[in-house]
Design a protein around this ligand. Structure first.
Ligand SMILES: NC(=O)c1ccc[n+]([C@@H]2O[C@H](COP(=O)([O-])OP(=O)(O)OC[C@H]3O[C@@H](n4cnc5c(N)ncnc54)[C@H](OP(=O)(O)O)[C@@H]3O)[C@@H](O)[C@H]2O)c1
Length: 332
């Protein structure tokens, strides 16, 4: 297969390139940063470009068969940026590809955030009503709707909604490890009652490739790709402490914070960013809308039944491999 992966130097994209290349496919890896290309030893055929100019499309073969669109913004201080990149750039990409390819598989990597938190620990399935709570989630849902509306009938499309993804090369999880190392872990609510779905990067990539290879089944479908066993916030933090072998740290404490205090801190950080633009705080008012709900749980039944995926990588293994990768890169 000839496949284009956007966001090839990103966390999800880089692992996806690895997997498709090792399966023997001809992979075109869209990237922006040479530094990241080398840092992650990105395989395949590198194509430099972004979504402000589509001249790079000329480097793709005329018989390209599939595009997996992983590029997107997961963090932004200015919420308009979520819509610019996650929605408008996706629309531009689809329109440009439509002009060139009448037949194509197009897989969109969306997010659990597109549907929002779950009201029950039993979790949301793909039929449940979508009620995103953050601009990030709203932008991902809009992108899904655009794909459905704009893709020609001759295309085959699918949407993957991962929950929290854990694995090597993830820059976002690094800050959690650093916070745990301090021994003081902030939490809004009860750490035992905050329940999350997660997926290891390895199982997610298996799910995305399965949806691509079994496109007759996955066409026009949405899939949650999530480990069947959700975990509590305390379980995640305890696993990180065990893996870092700091479980006997005498000063460890969950610092319970009311959401309004966190919101005040987030607005203060925005103010600092206003005066010092290079400062890019991870805690934003939009992120707090995702931190407050207690349950972010989805079901994996559809992915297991339709795509025959087994979720082999448990939380502890995913966290251990992530920690080893961080240490290897001297990130921690
Ligand atoms: N990680 C998770 O837990 C998670 C959970 C649910 C859904 N997702 C979804 O999975 C996808 C990948 O996320 P990730 O965790 O891999 O994030 P990531 O590491 O930040 O990767 C995002 C990729 O998108 C690229 N990108 C961003 N803006 C771009 C632009 N304007 N033009 C071209 N490329 C651009 C980035 O390029 P650079 O490499 O040059 O920065 C990067 O390669 C996203 O769509 C995200 O919404 C992730």
């Amino acid at each position: 297969m000839k496949i284009l992966i956007t966001g090839a130097t990103g966390f999800v994209g880089s692992h996806l390139v690895d997997h498709f290349v090792s399966d023997g496919h001809e992979v075109y890896a869209l990237f922006r940063s040479e530094t990241k290309l080398h840092e992650f030893s990105i395989k395949g055929i590198p194509i430099k470009g972004d979504f402000s100019n589509f001249a790079w499309l000329n480097q793709l073969p005329t018989d390209l068969e599939a595009v997996i669109h992983t590029a997107g913004l997961v963090h932004a201080s200015d919420t308009d940026d979520f819509y610019k990149i996650n929605v408008n750039a996706t629309v531009d990409l689809i329109n440009q590809l439509k002009d060139k390819y009448s037949h194509l598989i197009f897989g969109l990597i969306s997010s659990q955030a597109a549907s929002g938190p779950s009201l029950k620990v039993t979790g949301k399935d793909e039929q449940a009503k979508d009620l995103p709570v953050s601009h990030y989630g709203k932008s991902k849902l809009l992108a899904e709707n655009k794909l459905t509306k704009l893709s020609p009938h001759t295309w085959k499309t699918f949407i993957i909604r991962p929950p929290m993804v854990i694995g090597p090369r993830d820059f976002a999880m690094l800050s959690v490890f650093k916070i745990v190392k301090t021994g003081l872990v902030p939490v809004v609510g009860n750490p035992d009652q905050k329940i999350y779905s997660f997926v290891s990067i390895f199982d997610l990539v298996k799910g995305i490739t399965a949806a691509t290879y079994q496109i007759q089944k996955s066409n026009r479908q949405i899939f949650y790709i999530a480990h069947p066993q959700p975990v509590s916030y305390r379980t995640i933090i305890s696993a990180i402490r065990r893996v870092m072998t700091i479980q006997n740290q005498p000063w460890f404490l969950f610092v319970r914070m009311p959401s309004w205090i966190l919101l005040v801190i987030a607005y203060l950080l925005q103010l600092i960013k206003y005066f010092f633009p290079p400062f890019d705080p991870l805690l934003t008012p939009d992120k707090i809308k995702e931190i407050i709900p207690n349950q972010w749980v989805v079901t994996s039944n559809k992915s297991m039944e339709w795509l025959q995926i087994n979720y082999n990588c448990d939380l502890e293994t995913a966290i251990r491999l992530t920690y080893e990768d961080y240490k290897g890169r001297s990130w921690l």
